[in-house]
Ligand binder design. Structure first.
Ligand SMILES: Nc1nc2c(c(=O)[nH]1)N[C@H]1C(S)=C(S)[C@@H](COP(=O)(O)OP(=O)(O)OC[C@H]3O[C@@H](n4cnc5c(=O)[nH]c(N)nc54)[C@H](O)[C@@H]3O)O[C@H]1N2
Ligand SMILES: Nc1nc2c(c(=O)[nH]1)N[C@H]1C(S)=C(S)[C@@H](COP(=O)(O)OP(=O)(O)OC[C@H]3O[C@@H](n4cnc5c(=O)[nH]c(N)nc54)[C@H](O)[C@@H]3O)O[C@H]1N2
Ligand SMILES: [Mo]
Length: 770
């Protein structure tokens, strides 16, 4: 009789106990103390032991036989040949050496954007960048898909990019204070399942219900009703997608017209309101941005806009805006306008009032950051000052040497010869995948580390099988969670997989930098090093953590630290003693710096700009539906798409696409039908779900279904069998300022599929020769 063994562990979906029987993970059991654990944990065992695990290093046949640059058009379509680990490492080391010697290190693209896995030692992207720095550097991708636009904008407006990444007014300062919470993009429980690096308690549901019970009213401003928990009984303002800036201008105009703008706050704490006001009132362009004007754009009745403005002025109002709003064309504007609107209400810096970004977008938003910073592996000194804004990858691959604008700078794209990816899935995350497929043919070599045969692994020349977290020891932590987790190896490395760290150590050895890369530490040496350095930093803040042996033996430690924070409270108390890091030290409603860039796509104060693609554009006569490609409820991006929770959610064997019953009826679409969603950039198959929760004129297709084109070598946009929305999304920077992704500005049409190209194939391994 065998008995089950258990191990402490964590994941982006939360902490769990790994239950192992006969060498196999049979359950990821959430901690009893987590009030709302993520159902996604159920997908972990099946994925660890999946037949989609890559079982040996493999090389694309043409590349193996003819060398770098051979038939790049066959990437994703040609068979792989398995090789021994030593052979694979020799090939990768020699190719890295060839490229850096012939073309320079900036010809290596190591941006490798992606979430990788939880566990701070084995974080694949960090490991890759640490390794590439030891061999002379690489071209990096700067910023994030998540909130890169805001990271570029916020320094100009409030002096601090961290206000998009968790620097918020915390729960304890909202509870009992906020009476009206106006949520642009909602506060989804769906996205609050996840936290990069791990989370021990999912508290959002309870805290919001608590606020609701004590009298907070919630307003969900979104094309989707379920962006706010229905148990909160929220009011739903179902605006047209991408029109929030116009709505906010209509609210602002009403405040100004009805004498409700807090002129004292504006005078003392902000810069440039007068210039903005001329625009708001139409004095600078002849067009007052009143509620009637806003109604014509956002599709809400004028009286509801006026009423909301009046209520916002009468209440202690908290305004939140989700990250999604800045993943749209001109995504800088709703962020700038959120801050402007909050400034006009004059409640910034007061408990329960003002604004915050990103509530609902991560499991720990609303908790105060630990004072000592969470453990992270040092990436070493950058040896090569070459980078692009992260979402401009296709532009870079297509246009080496050409120039582009970014945040006031004119920059030049490097000439990339080798792409190296570990811990990300660009054929999940990037926009306009048909364009990326063509651009992906430009480099001479593509190397990918992956545990699974993802769409990106399939499009590599050399693919190296990586372990999953369950197969190694690590330290789990994130900066707003109170628990550090001893992530213990629970199962043996599956098939032929190696840790990313071991792979890079093997390459470092071949390239003569083993000592610099490993610092003489093995896996447990690094786990101990990260824990001990965290413990030392904690001690500087009088927070005592046990020694490493005790921590490892116990399986976790809880950091005793409580703090609450009201965003900009210091600044409000004394703007002279606590100035913002903006040129004026004030909130810049007009930025002379941004105005000085001369960008018509992001002028000196917030404005309404019509996206290329939205319900009001000319293209809407051909493609009348606005596509919301939001984050999936049933997985994390593309991770766990092969898991049981994601598979159970498929409709007609495809990713579900939700649409309003009226739009479906017009097109003869029934619930459960196999449909085709299409536009000028591509076509995907999906399974129709009729839903009143979706505003008319909008369709919702979550990200992350593994890209599965019928003909992966076609250049004319072969249909994707599975329903990856990035086949359809547009690939333009948000503006010259932010250059973020514009995924949420996409128009499509939908019809019943007249042809079924057969079942999804991407959930079986690609052809490879043993
Ligand atoms: N249309 C549209 N597109 C979007 C978005 C959107 O809203 N709409 N959102 C964007 C956003 S915000 C983001 S953050 C991105 C997310 O994009 P990504 O972060 O690229 O997506 P993931 O699926 O998390 O990719 C992580 C990959 O790492 C692999 N991995 C996990 N553990 C390990 C490991 O230990 N070693 C190695 N080598 N690999 C490992 C996983 O198998 C997976 O393939 O998508 C973006 N794309
Ligand atoms: N389960 C799960 N959780 C996740 C992730 C995941 O993949 N799965 N990904 C994580 C990551 S990397 C990130 S960055 C965060 C992202 O967090 P968010 O950026 O908030 O995520 P989204 O789901 O893209 O967007 C939230 C909602 O915004 C609404 N929205 C879209 N466009 C508009 C608009 O123009 N106006 C208004 N008012 N609303 C709009 C959509 O209805 C959408 O449901 O989530 C994280 N959490
Ligand atoms: Mo993200």
């Amino acid at each position: 009789m065998t008995s089950d063994r258990t191990y402490p562990h964590t994941s982006h979906w939360g902490s769990f106990t790994a239950v192992v029987r006969d060498g196999r993970l049979i359950e990821a059991r959430p901690p009893a103390a987590d009030p709302d654990p993520s159902p996604l944990l159920a997908s972990i065992p099946g994925t660890v032991h999946s037949d989609l695990r890559i079982t040996a290093p493999a090389v694309r046949r043409s590349w193996l036989e003819q060398g770098p640059g051979a038939h790049p058009d066959r990437r994703g379509a040609e068979e792989f040949v398995e090789v021994a680990w030593d052979t694979a490492l020799d090939l990768v080391a020699a190719e890295l050496d060839r490229v850096r010697t012939t073309h320079g290190n900036q010809a290596i693209f190591g941006g490798s954007y992606g979430w990788s896995s939880a566990g701070r030692v084995h974080h694949a992207k960090t490991q890759l960048q640490r390794f590439l720095n030891t061999i002379g550097g690489f071209t990096d991708g700067r910023g994030t898909y998540s909130f890169g636009t805001a990271t570029a904008l916020l320094p100009h407006v409030v002096g601090d990019p961290a206000m998009v990444s968790g620097e918020v007014t915390t729960w304890g300062r909202l509870e009992g204070a906020t009476t009206l919470w106006v949520a642009f993009g909602g506060v989804p429980l769906r996205t609050a399942q996840s936290q990069s690096g791990g989370v021990s308690r999912h508290v959002q549901c309870d805290r919001m219900l608590g606020m609701s019970r004590t009298g907070t009213r919630f307003v969900n401003v979104s094309p989707l009703r379920d962006d706010l928990d229905p148990d909160l009984d929220p009011e739903w303002l179902a605006l047209r997608a991408n029109t929030d800036t116009a709505l906010m201008l209509g609210l602002a105009h009403t405040l100004e017209r009805d004498g409700l703008a807090d002129q004292q706050f504006l005078a003392r704490y902000t810069h440039g309101y007068a210039t903005f006001r001329r625009y708001l009132l139409g004095e600078s362009d002849g067009r007052p941005k009143d509620a009637a004007w806003a109604a014509g754009i956002c599709g809400l009745p004028e009286h509801r806009i006026v009423d909301l403005a009046h209520r916002m002025a009468a209440h202690r109002t908290f305004i939140t805006t989700t990250w999604s709003l800045q993943r749209a064309e001109y995504g800088e504007q709703p962020y700038w306008m959120t801050i402007t609107l909050a400034a006009m209400l004059g409640q910034i810096g007061l408990d329960g009032g003002g604004f915050s970004f990103g509530y609902g977008n991560s499991a720990t938003t609303g908790a105060a950051k630990l004072p000592f910073g969470s453990p992270s592996l040092p990436t070493g000194r950058r040896r090569c000052d070459s980078w692009i804004p992260v979402a401009r990858i296709s532009d870079m691959l297509e246009n080496p040497g050409s120039s582009y604008e970014y945040d006031g700078q004119t920059r030049t794209y490097p000439d990339i010869r080798l792409v190296y990816w570990a811990g990300g899935n660009p054929f999940h995350h990037h926009q306009d995948l048909n364009r990326l497929s063509a651009a992906w043919r430009r480099p001479e070599t593509v190397v990918v580390h992956e545990p699974w045969w993802t769409p990106t692994a399939r499009r590599a020349d050399i693919v190296l099988p990586a372990t999953s977290t369950l197969e190694r020891n690590d330290l789990g932590a994130s900066s707003r969670d109170r628990v550090l987790v001893a992530m213990k190896r629970a199962v043996e490395p599956q098939a032929g997989a190696r840790d990313d760290y071991a792979i890079f150590a093997g390459l470092a050895d071949r390239l003569g930098v083993a000592g610099e890369f490993t610092q003489g530490r093995d896996e447990m040496g690094w786990v101990r090093f990260l824990y001990d350095s965290t413990r030392e930093r904690a001690a500087e803040h009088d927070i005592r953590l046990p020694d490493f042996e005790t921590f490892w033996e116990r399986g976790e430690v809880t950091v005793e630290y409580e703090a609450e924070h009201t965003l900009l409270a210091d600044f409000r108390a004394d703007p002279v003693a606590h100035p913002l890091r903006t040129p004026t030290g004030l909130i810049e409603i007009t930025s002379d710096v941004v105005a000085g860039f001369g960008y018509d796509d992001c002028p000196g104060h917030p404005v309404w700009l019509e996206p290329r693609e939205w319900a009001g554009s000319a293209l809407a006569t051909t493609y009348p539906l606005h596509l919301i490609s939001n984050q999936p409820k049933h997985r994390l991006h593309s991770q766990l798409d092969l898991g049981e929770v994601s598979r159970a959610a498929k409709v007609a064997g495809r990713e579900p696409v939700r649409l309003n019953p009226a739009d479906a009826a017009q097109r003869g679409i029934g619930d459960g039908d196999l449909v085709e969603v299409f536009n000028g950039r591509g076509r995907v198959l999906a399974g129709a779900v009729l839903a009143d929760e979706v505003r008319a004129g909008v369709v919702q297709l979550a990200t992350g279904a593994w890209y599965d084109p019928v003909d992966p070598s076609a250049t004319d946009g072969s249909p994707d069998r599975h329903g990856n929305p990035n086949v359809l999304t547009q690939d333009f920077g948000t503006s010259r300022l932010g250059q973020g992704p514009s995924a949420h500005s996409t128009l499509v049409e939908i019809r019943v599929a007249d042809h079924d190209p057969g079942p999804v194939r991407v959930h079986t391994p690609p052809p490879h020769q043993r």
